[in-house]
Design a protein around this ligand. Sequence first.
Ligand SMILES: Cc1cc2nc3c(=O)[nH]c(=O)nc-3n(C[C@H](O)[C@H](O)[C@H](O)COP(=O)(O)O)c2cc1C
Length: 229
Amino acid sequence: MEMQSNPIVKDEAARSGRTELRVLVLFHSWSGNTHCLAEAVAAGAALAPQVRVELRRVPELRDERLLLEDLRIGAKFAVIQSCPLATADDVINADVLVLGCPTRMGTMSAEMKCFIDGLSTLWRAGAFEDKVGAAFTTASTPHGGQEMTLMSLAVAMTHLGMVMASPGYTAAIFEDAGSPYGATATSKVQGVRVRPTEADLVAARALGRRAARVGQLLQRGRDAEKVLS
Ligand SMILES: Cc1cc2nc3c(=O)[nH]c(=O)nc-3n(C[C@H](O)[C@H](O)[C@H](O)COP(=O)(O)O)c2cc1C
């Protein structure tokens, strides 16, 4: 999927002289765990002043009717389905892009990878330079590849020319939940499916807040540069 657009023109027009910061939380999820983190990231980002936050999902590679018919995920996917699909304009207009997906075979889901690969036209036109990036994921086991997935998302965003807002240990919660590379949750405990814990959600909110803050610092720097030039 290649996104057709005239990014430079749109990007300049959409982003110059704007005071509000636009944060796009872009996720992939089937059974809702990553969706839970996405909502928490969006809520955290929305705490910053003068921020507009949008929650969008990446397109499925499978027929969505089959996902709805799947007894294990159908009801959960129906909720996710009500979230709009991301458009090229959503991506172009964002100052901050926070990407999240399930860990699949130790790395990002194919759906997220396919979406990122489809950004190549925008990428070649420089549409991602100086956008801020951050990442989150869920996996069913505690060491099932969360950090690999976060790093795979970070690698892709680095290729796009984005500035990564790593959480590090910038909030105390990262000592207990998430990771210095992004927000995480484990969706199975002793074989039982569970939702992200309150600590996971606090870490996801902290990630959203941090990404928005780094975005605002960069925005102020750009504004100051304009005044000085
Ligand atoms: C094809 C496939 C591959 C998966 N691979 C992994 C994996 O490598 N490690 C892991 O811990 N969980 C793995 N899982 C489990 C999901 O990462 C986990 O259930 C996740 O929380 C699902 O997110 P969602 O609820 O947002 O759909 C896999 C699931 C599927 C369907």
